[in-house]
Design a protein around this ligand. Structure first.
Ligand code: AMP
Length: 308
């Protein structure tokens, strides 16, 4: 079976949306990616760091979903990464209130030895030097390296970010971040500029407006499923990335055509993530619910037009 290495934060989040507010709950990019990827019955390992304030129950939650947690270092006396954010009324934008790096500040990732030959590496949102270090540890070049990042790292580590972007195959990034990275408003032009930086595939996530996949002169667009209620968008981007990566690992087909399906899987899983606070919805999501929503997705986008 193909293997997936996931690197990213495992975190405490405190979230405010127009619907309510949470205290510190389970969050982090690697957590959301892992929960999404666990739907594909693949070998996956998370590489991250937490402090000894992090509940064992949270680690068990990932292990119970068959995510190998041996690469999550627990630092004695250390504090877990903490992020807090507040969403605006439209739920499409948010302000970061607090980012406390804590144990993440001196994190040296260690890829478990069984996973050094993994076919796919999912570099979740983290310091670009940490992302690079994971690529350095692989015993052979992965078939696919996927990278997700955010404005925080563009603001404080742009050169390191550009260096790791040179080394990867697929970047997943949101529309605002693509604009910040390239200085271009048009997402088509931004995607082209990002190719020039290295990746052959560019996925631009547009929140409730879906996702675009660019490759050479080809573009594929998947809408987001129109939902009655979006409760908390936190982790939707990571869930998308976990679904995208998990599907590609499972199918072991890294063609543009198959990536279209991966985008649909990613979007489907992300549509569940936003229904409850944090990881709550992803913890209980069943495969029959996913299947039902994939059918809805198909109906949403299918049409039969006669072209003379
Ligand atoms: P998303 O909503 O997909 O952008 O991801 C939200 C998750 O990213 C939260 O669970 C946070 O813990 C995590 N996060 C927020 N800021 C950062 C950061 N600077 N580096 C890494 N992870 C972060």
């Amino acid at each position: 079976m193909s293997k997936l290495v996931i690197v990213g934060t495992v975190a405490f989040d405190a979230i405010e949306t127009p619907f309510g507010k949470t205290d510190k709950i389970l969050g982090g990019a690697a957590t959301f990616i892992g929960l999404a990827a666990s739907h594909f019955d693949i070998d996956a390992a998370a590489v991250s760091v937490v402090g000894d304030d992090f509940p064992q129950d949270y680690l068990d939650l990932l292990s119970n979903k068959h995510i190998d947690t041996s690469g999550i270092e627990v630092v004695n006396g250390g504090k877990t990464f903490f992020w807090s954010g507040r969403y605006h009324n439209d739920m499409n934008s948010r302000d970061t209130l607090v980012t406390e790096l804590n144990t993440l500040a001196d994190f040296n990732p260690v890829v478990p030895s069984d996973y050094k030959d993994a076919e796919v590496v999912m570099l979740g949102n983290l310091h670009p030097l940490v992302q690079s270090s994971v690529l350095d540890q692989m015993s052979k070049k992965p078939k696919l390296a996927i990278l997700d990042t955010m404005n925080f790292w563009m603001d404080c580590a742009l050169d390191d970010l550009r260096n790791v972007i040179k080394r990867i195959d697929v970047i997943t990034i949101n529309d605002e971040e693509a604009r910040q990275l390239t200085g271009e408003y048009s997402l088509v032009v931004a995607a082209r500029k990002i190719y020039e930086m290295g990746p052959k595939y560019v996925v631009i996530k547009k929140g409730e407006h879906g996702a675009l996949l660019f490759h050479d002169d080809h573009v594929f667009y998947a809408p987001a499923l129109p939902l009655e209620e979006v409760f908390d968008p936190t982790g939707a981007g990571d869930t998308f990335a976990g679904g995208f990566a998990g599907y590609l690992v499972k199918t072991n087909d890294f063609s543009f055509e198959n990536m279209k399906n991966a985008v649909i899987y990613g979007s489907t899983l992300a549509s569940f993530c936003v229904e409850k606070f944090g990881t709550e919805r992803m913890q209980t999501l069943s495969s029959s619910e996913v299947h039902k929503r994939l059918l809805q997705f198909k109906q949403l986008t299918q049409f039969d037009i006669e072209l003379g």
